[in-house]
Design a protein around this ligand. Structure first.
Ligand SMILES: Cc1ncc(COP(=O)(O)O)c(C=O)c1O
Length: 374
C-alpha cells in the first residue's frame, strides 16, 4: 500500500541506485537492467558525463521561463537541427507533450485536417496523444476523445488509400514500440512520404522511443532515406532527465507564431544541460555501430532460447514472442533472476538495455532468461 494513485501495477521492488546497466534495490541486491526505465536511460544509469552536467547546471541556474533565452536550450536546439532535417525546435517535458505540439502544428498548417494514425501505435496518454493511439482498452474509458483521427493498418497500401485532400498529417512510429517492437518496412515510410507530398499533408515521425541511438542510428528513420516534416523526441533525450522536443523541418518551421503554444518548464536550462550531455555520449558513430552489433548479438541470442517463436529487432530494441505467459516470465525474471525486462502483451517480452551494455552483460541476460524459459 502507498499513497500513490492506482495507475500502475508495480512490482514489489524499490530501486535505490544504479550505474550503467546495473540497478540496486533498497536491500542492496543488484539487478541487470534490460529495460532502461522504458528506453529512457540510453546512456546507462547515472552516466558520469550526464551527472556532472546536471550538477554543474543545478548550481548555476535551474529555471528562467520561456520569456528569455538560456544557453543550454539554444545550444540543444542548434545541435538537434544540425543532426537532423530540423530548422526549429519546440521543447517540452514528455513524449505525449511533444506529440501534442506536433498535432497542433499540423492542424494549424492545414486547418480542420484529419490525422492518419496506425493501429498498434502508441503516442501517449494526454487527450490529443491518446486520440492518436487507437487502442480500445486505453481510449474507451475516456471517451469522448478529440475528433479528426483516422486509424489505419500500418501498411503501404492502407496509407496510400487513406491520405487525401482532407489529411493534415500522417503520424507514425518508424518502429512500433509499445505494441511489441514492430519495425515498419521502409516501403511504408516511403508510401507515407509520397502520399503526404501529393496532397500537401505533413509527415510526422514519433521517435520518442526509437530516437537517441536506440535502433543503431541517432534517429530510426535515417537508414530509410525518408525525411519527415517533423519528429517528436523524449525518453532518451535527457539521459534520464525529463525532456521532450518537437523538431520541425523547413516546410512547417514558420507555422507556429508567438502565443500558439507553450509550456512553463519547457527548455529549462537543467533539462537542456542534461540533454546536451546525453547527446555528447550518444551521437558517436563508434557507440552507434556497437548498438547495431550488440543488437544483432542479442537478437541472435534470444532466437536460441527455448519456447521463442518470433524475434523482432532493430538495434537494441528487441522483442520476442514466447509460448509462455509473458507477464509471468517478466515478473519471475525480476524477482527470481534479477533481470529487468517487460512484457508488452500476453506473449511478448521486450528488451531495451542501456546502449552502453557490453557483450558479457548480453550473454548474462540470455543465461538468466534461458533458465526461466527452459
Ligand atoms: C512512441 C511513443 N510515443 C509517445 C510516448 C509517450 O511518452 P511519455 O510517456 O513521455 O508521455 C511513448 C511512451 O512510451 C512512446 O513509446
Amino acid at each position: 500500500m502507498s499513497a500513490l494513485a492506482n495507475t500502475y501495477a508495480r512490482f514489489p521492488v524499490e530501486f535505490a541506485s544504479g550505474s550503467g546497466c546495473v540497478l540496486v534495490d533498497s536491500e542492496g541486491v543488484e539487478y541487470l537492467d534490460f529495460l532502461s526505465g522504458v528506453a529512457v536511460c540510453n546512456t546507462g544509469h547515472c552516466h558520469p558525463h550526464v551527472v556532472s552536467a546536471i550538477q554543474e547546471q543545478a548550481g548555476r541556474l535551474m529555471h528562467v521561463s520561456n520569456l528569455y533565452f538560456n544557453a543550454p536550450m539554444v545550444r540543444l536546439a542548434e545541435r538537434l537541427c544540425e543532426r537532423s532535417f530540423g530548422e526549429a525546435v519546440f521543447f517540452c517535458n514528455s513524449g505525449a507533450e511533444a506529440n501534442e505540439a506536433a498535432l497542433k502544428l499540423v492542424r494549424k498548417a492545414k486547418p480542420r485536417g484529419d490525422i492518419v494514425v496506425f493501429h498498434g501505435a502508441f503516442h501517449g496518454r494526454t487527450y490529443g496523444a491518446l486520440s492518436a493511439t487507437p487502442q480500445e482498452s486505453k481510449q474507451a474509458p475516456f471517451a469522448p476523445l478529440v475528433p479528426g483521427f483516422r486509424p489505419i493498418a500500418p501498411d503501404a497500401d492502407a496509407v496510400r488509400a487513406a491520405v487525401d485532400e482532407q489529411t493534415a498529417a500522417v503520424l507514425m512510429e518508424p518502429v512500433l514500440g509499445e505494441s511489441g517492437v514492430h519495425p515498419l518496412p521502409d516501403e511504408v515510410l516511403r508510401a507515407a512520404r509520397e502520399a503526404c507530398d501529393e496532397v500537401g499533408a505533413a509527415l510526422v515521425f514519433d521517435e520518442v522511443q526509437t530516437g537517441m541511438g536506440r535502433t543503431g542510428t541517432l534517429w530510426a528513420h535515417e537508414p530509410s532515406g525518408v525525411v519527415p516534416d517533423a519528429m517528436t523526441l523524449a525518453k532518451g533525450l535527457g539521459g534520464g532527465f525529463p525532456i521532450g522536443a518537437l523538431v520541425i523541418g523547413p516546410r512547417l518551421a514558420d507555422v507556429f507564431a508567438p502565443g500558439d503554444h507553450g509550456s512553463t518548464f519547457a527548455g529549462g536550462p537543467l533539462a537542456c544541460a542534461a540533454a546536451n550531455a546525453a547527446l555528447d555520449v550518444l551521437d558517436d558513430e563508434a557507440l552507434l555501430s556497437r548498438v547495431r552489433d550488440l543488437g544483432e548479438r542479442l537478437a541472435e541470442g534470444v532466437r536460441e532460447l527455448p519456447r521463442v517463436y518470433q524475434v523482432r529487432a532493430r538495434g537494441l530494441m528487441v522483442a520476442i514472442d514466447v509460448e509462455a505467459d509473458a507477464p509471468d516470465v517478466a515478473r519471475r525474471a525480476l524477482l527470481e533472476r534479477r533481470l529487468v525486462i517487460n512484457a508488452t502483451g500476453p506473449r511478448t517480452l521486450r528488451f531495451l538495455p542501456p546502449l552502453v551494455v557490453d557483450e558479457a552483460q548480453i550473454d548474462d541476460a540470455l543465461g538468466r532468461l534461458r533458465t526461466l524459459l527452459a
